[in-house]
Design a protein around this ligand. Structure first.
Ligand code: FE2
Ligand code: FE2
Ligand code: FE2
Length: 442
């Protein structure tokens, strides 16, 4: 067997595996929403599956009342994404523990984010009111928006009442009586009756806390089998890009920058339109695993301690884990998740060798560093071209980054830089107009 010396691999580019990339990607809607919902709740052991469990409850209640397939799917998706507007891990935890002062902000943010995607618009309305108490509604329960919001509200409340350290059937009666006591105030009596009906079976409670809930929802959940195409995939990747970036005002445009530079470098490299589009999706999602990292670490202005760095190292692991569970996006999972790898195997957390790093991953590695260097941080300004070139050249000379890709960036520097700046300005504009005033007010 002829084993190529490592050094020649460093300078050669590993091309996409042709045919696979040429076809248009389609992804199952249910699979996508479920995996992204899962990602949002990875952050803390007290949150794992919070939205999935909430979705399970609304599904059971919706079935019991005889919802149409379409209505069931809308509320199910709303439940899976209902806390999407709670940006920081700290906010999510305080919501779950009933400790947050104002619940309004995350509802408003959730509605703004989802209303940008046509097929999520109806679900966004339900999310807007998922904390509204029955006694504060001035509309009839017959109104579908009121009915759905009340269902979601009860399901969310119920999930938060569960003590994760105790066996469910040793606490379910207490939870039932607590919820029943809220009839007429937090919840409409008819909604309580519905809940009593579905919660009679032990099976309901055992399913609710089952570690295999993801598989149950994926295989049997009320998703019509909708395959979404590239343009919808792109929209939802932008939605998640926003929730990743808007968690911290300091990095509120980072993923926009990485997606923009990755797509520009891909174009300079000569990739096809489809590949360039998919690289943009991968760029949007490359830091999705940061949803599992607390803001106290992400926003820290000083150098991270060794322990904090060890926590940071998990973010690309989660990026891979989340995207890889979406059928059809396995290749994108690699491009997105390998951005902290190095060609000599010294990156983290996978320690990929050069041979394992495809062109897409190599481009993402360069795009991520380029964007981070050109962006400002609380403790430093964005770097000038000379500074960026010096650092990237150093990394490529040490054979940590692919020199051909770094050179492509240098050759097209002005064009790439101005495109990235333009994209980041648009993201900043959206962030400042819609979200800045809501930040840290919760
Ligand atoms: Fe909430
Ligand atoms: Fe919630
Ligand atoms: Fe990263």
């Amino acid at each position: 067997m002829n084993i190529e010396p490592k050094v020649s691999l460093l300078n050669s580019l590993v091309f996409f595996q042709g045919n696979d990339m040429q076809r248009q990607i389609t992804v199952n809607l249910g699979n996508l929403v479920l995996s992204l919902s899962d990602a949002m709740d990875l952050a803390d052991s007290s949150l794992i599956q919070h939205q999935q469990r909430t979705a399970f409850v609304v599904w059971e209640m919706g079935k019991a009342v005889g919802f149409s397939a379409e209505r069931l799917e809308k509320i199910f998706i709303a439940a899976l994404l209902h806390d999407i507007g709670a940006f920081s891990l700290e906010e999510k935890i305080s919501l779950r523990n009933f400790e947050v002062k104002s619940v309004e902000n995350h509802c408003i943010r959730g509605e703004i984010l989802l209303s940008n995607i046509p097929w999520l618009k109806d679900s966004s309305k339900i999310i807007r009111f998922h904390h509204r108490q029955w006694q504060h509604w001035d509309k009839s329960i017959e109104d579908p928006l009121v009915f759905e919001s009340q269902l979601l509200s009860l399901a969310d409340y119920l999930e938060r009442e569960i003590d994760r350290d105790h066996y469910i059937l040793h606490q379910h009666e207490e939870i039932i009586s607590k919820i029943t006591s809220l009839s007429g105030t937090l919840f409409h009596p008819g909604i309580i009756d519905l809940f009593l009906k579905v919660s009679k079976r032990e099976e309901f409670w055992l399913d609710l806390v089952s570690p295999r809930l993801y598989a149950l929802l994926l295989n049997e959940g009320p998703f019509r089998k909708v395959e979404i195409d590239f343009s919808d995939l792109s929209l939802i990747s932008e939605l998640f890009r926003n929730i990743i970036d808007f968690r911290s005002r300091f990095t509120s445009t980072h993923s926009s920058g990485v997606a923009a530079s990755a797509s520009m470098i891909s174009k300079a490299f000569g990739l096809t339109e489809t590949e360039i589009g998919l690289m943009e999706v991968a760029g949007n999602l490359h830091d999705i695993g940061k949803l599992a990292i607390p803001n106290s670490i992400l926003d820290k202005p000083d150098k991270l301690t060794k322990k904090e760095m060890a926590v940071i190292k998990s973010h690309t692991y989660y990026t891979y884990y989340v995207i890889n569970t979406i059928k059809g996006l396995q290749q994108i999972a690699e491009w997105a998740a390998y951005h902290h790898e190095k060609l000599d195997g010294s990156g983290y957390p996978f320690h990929c060798s050069a041979g394992e790093l495809s062109t897409g991953a190599r481009i993402m590695m360069v795009a991520d560093i380029f964007t981070a260097l050109t962006e400002g941080r609380p403790y430093r300004k964005g770097m000038s071209k000379n500074g960026v070139v010096e650092i990237l050249k150093g990394l490529s000379d040490r054979r940590l980054l692919d020199s051909k890709i770094v050179n492509l960036l240098f050759d097209n520097y002005e064009e790439i830089f101005s495109y990235v700046t333009e994209k980041q300005a648009a993201a900043k504009h959206f962030y400042q107009n819609q979200f800045y005033f809501l930040h840290n007010q919760s």
